[in-house]
Design a protein around this ligand. Structure first.
Ligand SMILES: Nc1ncnc2c1ncn2[C@@H]1O[C@H](COP(=O)(O)OP(=O)(O)O)[C@@H](O)[C@H]1O
Ligand SMILES: O=C(COP(=O)(O)O)[C@H](O)[C@H](O)COP(=O)(O)O
Length: 299
């Protein structure tokens, strides 16, 4: 963790809504006049889509498994190096994994490929990560240690699978069967790499539908915000102003001493009310750290 070069990470499974959440964070950054550098977790995949198809075929032949959720298909060393380097210097290297034609055409590349690595960070206030592994810890890596604010996007799994199936079929050109197989193939890595992160997060946002999602593999549409509630869990609740949130968010209630529940339609408001003061606090600490450094360099 670094006061001078803070890192915010939004972590969640594939289809959880981490990319969508970026809009909410960018709105807060604009409001606070913060310059962020945005890093997509998929850029730390080890393989292009074509190479990954080959790796999946090899895994099937030798009776093993590989998924986008685990360390076989993701370079956690590179991710930890980025977080460590940015926290120390405010600089690093990033690239993008291009999922769709819309994303790929501006780079004159095909979907499923990586853009070249590029330098990042010069003149930025915050590194903002969204992806699968913002809080990952393994025997070899500890990415979470460098994150100043770790947020979990964790819809209940039936809803998460519906969101992934609808998106991957409509926007990424995958068949419903291929996405379903991807979900099944990912289960071991989901348990070993993805879900442990949500016990480390400062805040989890868990969208829970109020409509039937019993068979996610037959769903034709994603339940809307108004067809859901959002369960918001705070890791440390001592300094959280719950009375303020309850007064500001119509329909909000407490389900536990550290858990606020809001109507799905109030998710955006709740995120802004909750995250803005946390991000402001990071910026105050950043300013204090830089003032202290300036003072010491004048000695
Ligand atoms: N709060 C939400 N309400 C409705 N749909 C959502 C919500 N969050 C995400 N989605 C939809 O779910 C799909 C996956 O979201 P996305 O942000 O791409 O997930 P991720 O980046 O975590 O894989 C997208 O089609 C997106 O529009
Ligand atoms: O599992 C994920 C994580 O990304 P996200 O969190 O955006 O779902 C994607 O499916 C892979 O990046 C491969 O992408 P593709 O299947 O398009 O090759």
């Amino acid at each position: 963790m670094s006061s001078r070069n803070p890192i915010i990470a939004v972590t969640g499974s594939s289809g959880a809504g981490t990319s969508t959440t970026t809009d909410a964070f960018e709105h807060i950054f604009r409001t606070l006049g913060i310059t962020s550098v945005n890093v997509e977790g998929d850029s730390f995949h080890r393989f292009s889509r074509q190479e990954m198809d080959l790796e999946k075929r090899k895994a099937r032949e030798d009776g093993t498994n590989i998924s986008y959720f685990g360390d076989k298909a993701n370079d956690f060393d590179a991710l930890e190096r980025l977080f460590k380097g940015y926290s120390e210097t405010g600089k690093g290297r990033m690239r993008r994994y291009l999922h769709t034609f819309d994303e790929a055409v501006p780079y004159n590349q095909m979907p499923g490929t990586f853009t070249p690595w590029e330098e990042l960070g010069e003149g930025t206030d915050i590194l903002f990560y969204e992806g699968l592994h913002g809080g990952v810890v393994t025997e070899k890596n500890d990415v979470a240690q460098y994150v100043d604010l770790l947020i979990g996007m964790v819809p209940i799994v039936n809803l998460e699978w519906i969101q992934k199936i609808i998106r991957d079929t409509n926007q990424r050109g995958h068949s419903r069967e291929a996405v379903t197989h991807s979900i099944v193939r990912s289960m071991d890595d989901y348990i070993n790499f993805i879900t442990p992160q949500f016990s480390r997060t400062h805040v989890n946002f868990q969208r829970v539908p109020t409509v039937d999602t019993s068979n996610p593999f037959s769903a034709k549409a994603i339940p809307s915000l108004d067809e859901s509630f959002v369960v918001i869990r705070f890791r440390e609740s001592e300094n959280i102003d719950f009375p303020f949130y309850l007064s500001m968010i119509d329909g909000a209630f407490m389900s536990r001493v550290n858990t606020l529940v809001v109507p799905g339609g109030k998710m955006g408001l709740a995120m802004e009310l909750i995250l803005t003061p946390l991000i402001k606090e990071l910026m105050v600490k950043k300013q204090q750290a830089n003032q202290q450094l300036d003072w010491m360099s004048d000695l």
